[in-house]
Structures are given as C-alpha cells and as structure tokens.
Design a binder for this molecule. Structure first.
Ligand code: PDD
Length: 298
C-alpha cells in the first residue's frame, strides 16, 4: 500500500516528501512536534496534543499555520489516507525556510509535516507484561524542556545509551540528583507507603499528555499522589516504577541501572493504571477535561 505524507498543504508520496534545505527545523531545530497515538483508526486525546502544540508554538513565537480545527482535519485525513488503524502520527511544525540567519525571518510561512505510521502493539504488550529495564544518565538538555521542541539530540544520546545497555529507557537525572523524566517519557514511582510520585510540572520536564490523563485516572482510582521530584536512591527503594508516554502508555520499569525495583517484576499499581489508561485510550480520550492544567502556566 502506498504511503502518503502531508507536507505544506499537499499529500505527497512518502518517497518524494521533502522540505527545503534551509528549513529552520533542519538548521536550528527551530520547530516543535507532537506524537499522537492512533487506535481503531482514530486519534487518542487529540485535544490535549493540540492544546500543548499551540502552547509550544506560542512559547517560541512561531506562527500558528492553521486553526485547531483545520489541523485536526489534516491529521485525520493523513491517518485515513494511510489506512492506519493502530499506530501513531508525527506532526512537526517549524518556523519555516529562509536564508540562514539566527534571528527570526520576517513573514515566512511555517513548515507543516504530518507522517502517520502503523505500529504493532503486541511487542509493547509483551514488554508491559514482563516490565522493562531503565538506566540513568545526566540530564544535559536545555532549560525549556516544557516546550516540545525538535531539539532532541540529548534525548537521542540518552536513548542510544539505553539501547547499548540493553535497556528500554534512560531516566535523566538533574544536577541535584533528582530524576527529571525519561528521554521520551515521564517517570513515576510508587513508594513503600503506596504513594504515587511523579515530578511536578516545571521547565525541567515535558507535561506529558499521558501523564496528565494518568494523573486524573489515578485520582479516580483513589490513589494518593504527590507531584514532586524523587532521587535515584528513592526510585531504587520504591515498590514500583513506570514510565508514561504516547507510544508506551503505562510501562512498568523493573530495574534501574541493573538493580531491581520492588520484587523485580511489574507492580500492581502500574498494571492497574495501564488497564484504566487502555480503556481511556479506547474511548479516544472522552471524559478528560481541562488539558490546560497539564502544562506549565504561561
Ligand atoms: N515523547 N517527556 C519527554 C521528554 C517526551 O519526549 C515525551 C514524549 C514525554 C511523554 O509525553 P506524552 O505522554 O505526551 O507522549 C515526556 C514522544 C512520544 C516522542 O518524542 O516520541
């Protein structure tokens, strides 16, 4: 089946899709993105992703290329044309293409690209059943990790280190020894006293859409929640650990730097939250309100 990619107003065959060599995304990582899950051919939590996307654009003063409604049409049409039933769609918006100069060019149209792909979720389910390994790496990213910028080199380096260590994810650790988040996920622990802990929103982490949904679901489950930073030592002493993201849902972490967490297997809280999150995703995010609260206030 032929794949098509949305590029600046057109649906183009995958092999021919291109942006300009002087695109500022390419030269300066001057752009933002979203990854949205697709289930049963429909977007999961599209509203949350689009609210966050607009916030990222505004923080970087990149012009909105189109309305939220028009962007939703582009996303759903890209999914439809590629016949994706289960997978994700990658949406990238950059400031646009112009002669290379650090300061912003005047009045250029933003570049918009959307790529939908099918993903077989059986592997993710198998990973979730046995749990995954994580390693720790120093967090060497910039000071605005709340913006979903395409400047992902530190994250790519951390993920590569995880891969080379046979691990699934790298947990990034700040200068004070606190875990910020995963290289492409939010980090959580369940303490010995059954308190669910994840780092509070700040410029040090990305306000995950999955994090936001899981927090609300955990509240409904009656769990005690603390939004605060935790250390690597605290994670190692925890009963459970897990990560959340669009592509991983809720993924139990059973070891950190080769040391077991809890009993070394997926915990009951993570398993329960994964189940309720799956139900939430099946409903495409119905019932979740107040996405603005999931990000750092402007
Ligand atoms: N990454 N933190 C970081 C640094 C991330 O890159 C991501 C997502 C998350 C989780 O956010 P969400 O729940 O909205 O997916 C947290 C995406 C999946 C990626 O870059 O592929």
């Amino acid at each position: 089946m032929s794949r098509v990619v949305y590029v600046n107003g057109q649906y183009v065959p995958y092999g021919q899709a291109a942006v300009h060599v002087e695109d500022r995304g390419f030269q300066f990582a001057d752009g933002v993105y979203e990854v949205i899950a697709i289930l049963n051919g429909r977007l999961v939590d599209p509203e949350g992703h689009l609210v966050r996307l607009e916030r990222s654009l505004d923080e970087l003063r990149i012009r909105h290329p189109m309305t939220r409604a028009a962007l939703t049409v582009v996303l759903t049409e890209t999914v439809r044309r590629n016949r994706v039933k289960q997978g994700n769609i990658y949406l990238q918006i950059t400031r646009g293409a112009a002669r290379r100069e650090f300061a912003f060019p005047v009045d250029i149209p933003p570049t918009v690209v959307a790529i939908a792909r099918s993903v077989d979720m059986t592997r993710a389910a198998a990973n979730a059943a046995k749990g995954v390994a994580a390693i720790t790496r120093p967090d060497i990213r910039w000071g605005r990790c709340d913006i979903k910028s395409v400047g992902l080199l530190p994250a790519a380096l951390a993920k590569q280190a995880a891969k080379e260590a046979g691990a699934y994810e790298a947990w990034l650790v700040d200068r004070e020894g606190y875990v910020t988040e995963g290289s492409s996920s939010n980090a959580w622990i369940v303490t010995k006293d059954n308190v669910l802990v994840t780092r509070a929103l700040s410029t040090a982490i990305l306000g995950g859409i999955t994090r936001s949904a899981v927090l609300e679901l955990a509240r409904r489950e009656g769990l005690t929640i603390e939004n605060r930073a935790f250390t690597v030592a605290e994670a190692l002493a925890a009963k459970e650990a897990f990560v959340t993201s669009t592509t991983s849902y809720v993924m139990p972490v059973v070891s950190l730097d080769d040391r077991p967490i809890g009993n070394g297997g997926p915990g009951v809280v993570a398993a329960r939250l994964r189940a309720v999150y799956e139900a939430h995703a099946q409903s495409h995010g119905a019932g979740k309100a107040d996405w603005e609260a999931g990000f750092l206030a402007p």
